[in-house]
Write a protein that binds this ligand. Structure first.
Ligand SMILES: [Zn+2]
Length: 123
């Protein structure tokens, strides 16, 4: 009789330990996940702008070129593979292979403009 009740107590105790253990495990794992997600989220919130900033800086450094304007020889910086006007003489320039080039070859735009205007006048 006493042995049977002892068995019952052990199984009861074991069940309670199991329930508490599982509850503790769920709580710990759940909290761990929560903490992990929170850390991941915070980490992403910090890392993304930092990585973006450094990525942008790296991109800027590898794409930022310094050269002289081919028209007025004014030195300034521009982005690679872009078109921009010279800040000094406002000549439209194109950045090709890290060098400023005139957007159109010298004289071409004037000749084309004259041809177009004379043709339109003839018509
Ligand atoms: Zn210029």
């Amino acid at each position: 009789m006493s042995l049977k009740s002892f068995d019952l107590n052990i199984s009861n105790l074991g069940r309670w330990i199991a329930i508490i253990g599982v509850a503790w495990l769920i709580g710990t794992v759940g909290l761990g996940w929560l903490v992990n997600w929170f850390l991941i989220l915070v980490g992403l919130l910090i890392l993304v702008p930092v990585l973006g900033f450094f990525g942008f800086r790296f991109w800027l450094q590898s794409n930022l070129i310094q050269d002289n304007c081919p028209v007025c020889h004014y030195e300034f910086t521009g982005l690679n593979k872009t078109q921009l006007p010279c800040p000094n003489c406002s000549e439209p320039l194109q950045v090709i292979q890290g060098k400023f080039n005139r957007f159109t070859p010298a004289g071409t735009i004037d000749v084309q403009a004259v041809e177009v205007s004379s043709q339109s006048r003839d018509d």
